[in-house]
Design a protein. Structure first.
Length: 146
């Protein structure tokens, strides 16, 4: 991210944790700010949500957005967290239409709900397995829960 955009970002989102990880500018934000942050980055050239991932940590879930700027040929990473007890994160679908299937896949594999998603339903597994999330650490490998 260019220096001017980086400084503007820090002014607009003073509560965001800003650092560089593996040479990529990375911002860690509250889930309530994820839409505003993604909108800001899109307006500054980061128009491609190349990868959106869910990660289960010890005590919470992390959602990681790898955004790419075609015009600048640079990356920016956005990270946010949600609890395991109440796994809700705002959907960035309205900012990035390409987030559609990626959010659905995270929902399908981890059970993280993307609030505001227009069609949040299973994409890989069959409907009806409401507590069958195979990428959760608690998942039993011998089949769906009884």
């Amino acid at each position: 991210m260019d220096k001017e955009t980086w400084e503007e970002f820090k002014r607009e989102f003073p509560n965001a944790e800003v650092k560089e990880i593996d040479g990529k500018p990375t911002v860690i934000v509250d889930k309530e700010e994820v839409i505003s942050v993604c909108d800001f980055l899109k307006r500054h050239g980061y128009t491609l949500p190349a990868c959106i991932s869910g990660v289960e940590l010890q005590d919470r879930f992390e959602i990681v957005y790898h955004l790419f700027s075609l015009s600048k040929a640079t990356w920016c990473v956005v990270e946010t967290f949600t609890s395991k007890d109440d796994p809700f994160v705002p959907s960035v679908h309205e900012v990035f239409r390409g987030a559609d299937w990626q959010e659905r896949e995270i929902y399908d594999m981890f059970g993280i709900i993307f609030e505001g998603h227009p069609d949040l339903r299973r994409i890989l597994l069959e409907e009806g397995e409401d507590d069958f999330f195979p990428l959760r650490k608690e998942f039993r490998r011998d089949g769906p829960p009884d």
